[in-house]
Design a protein around this ligand. Structure first.
Ligand SMILES: [Zn+2]
Ligand SMILES: [Zn+2]
Length: 345
């Protein structure tokens, strides 16, 4: 069978390679025939082999942690899934034994294995999941939506578990990827009165039109600062920011436009070290929250919100066949496509 493999410790070098077919090894294992596998920001970082990934990622590695497909085999003690079920799997493999896991915080397991980075990922024809890490995909979602839903779970974890947006508030979302656009939709679902999605020149061609089609105010912060924009539009500062870009300049600017006592949720992972003006943060008593990946409950809620139509990721997806591997990664790197997804079937 085939998989999409990062073959060398250099930028690029991602190709379709012959890889061994996984087998059911545990009574709780489920064998999934992959139909769609999505490219995430971390896959792009792995593709580019950026410095902060070189210390921990294994090469060669099958890339990817976002997939969906059909159950084609089950271990003898599996009860929640049967052959033919439409499913999507979780991105991380947790130990279940450390203190965080025992407290239900499996997303910050001390011994987490990250599919597609520290262990072989899901961009391959078949993959095995433990039953406890698998979820049913609602029948009205495509396989590609089921795969990309993994990215949306990160926003659900951040906004619904780690943040507390009050009704009628003003929310700024920085970063126009899938995590930002889902976070913006969640802020609206929480009753925010005013949600603005903020991007840069690079987002204007394809990403901003999607933000606008979802009904959000948008701002190019290279044309006008967020503080000026807020002063012009509402005559006040923002109550909340959800930072999804990971850009140092975006993180650095937070104290300039959040009101005293406001809150910031940091979801975007910086690719390099960033500075933070802590004196301003402290004097304004701005609450900083962080969020990273997601738990079983976040996956279930994400799939429910997508299946019910309360939020949408379909406009963000572009599907690629397996003979366009490099083209799909380059489209992701250049930001010309928001969410490239490989069709395996
Ligand atoms: Zn653990
Ligand atoms: Zn992801």
């Amino acid at each position: 069978m085939y998989g999409i493999v990062k073959t060398h410790k250099e930028c690029g070098h991602v190709s379709l390679e012959e890889v061994p077919k996984p087998v059911i090894a545990d009574v709780h294992d489920v064998l999934v025939e992959v139909h769609s596998a999505a490219i995430c920001g971390s896959d792009l970082h792995a593709y580019e082999y950026i410095p902060s990934y070189q210390s921990f990622m294994k090469v060669p590695v099958v890339l990817g942690h976002e997939c969906s497909g059909i159950v084609v085999g089950v271990g003898k003690d599996v009860t929640e899934f049967k052959i033919g079920d439409r499913v999507m799997g979780e991105s991380n493999i947790y130990c279940g034994k450390c203190k965080n896991c025992r407290e239900g915080n499996t997303h910050i397991c001390e011994h987490n294995l990250m599919r597609g980075l520290t262990t072989d990922g899901v961009m391959r024809e078949y993959v095995v999941f433990g039953e406890k890490n698998l979820h049913h995909v609602p029948s009205n979602l495509s396989f590609s939506e089921g795969a990309a839903a993994q990215a949306a779970t990160v926003s659900v974890h951040g906004v619904l578990r780690r943040f507390n947006i009050s009704v009628g508030s003003t929310v700024i979302v920085t970063g126009v990827g899938i995590i930002g656009l889902v976070a913006a939709q969640l802020a609206r679902l929480c009753g925010a009165g005013n949600v603005t999605v903020v991007g840069t020149d690079a987002d204007m061609a394809t990403r901003m039109p999607i933000a606008e089609s979802l009904g959000f105010h948008t701002l190019n912060c290279q044309k006008q600062s967020i503080g000026e924009y807020l002063q012009d539009s509402i005559g006040d500062k923002a109550d909340y920011v959800i930072e999804c870009s990971g850009a140092g300049s975006a993180i650095d600017a937070i104290p300039t436009y959040i009101r005293k006592g406001g809150e910031a949720l940091l979801l975007g992972l910086p690719g390099r070290e960033v500075s933070f003006k802590f004196a301003d943060i402290i004097r304004s008593e701005i609450n900083i929250r962080t969020a990273y990946t997601s738990t079983w409950k976040d996956y279930e809620e994400t799939l429910h919100l997508l299946g019910s139509g309360a939020m949408s990721i379909a406009p963000m997806i572009k599907e690629y066949s397996l003979n366009k591997v490099e083209e799909a990664f380059e489209a992701g790197v250049s930001k010309t496509v928001l969410k490239p997804v490989f069709k395996f079937k």
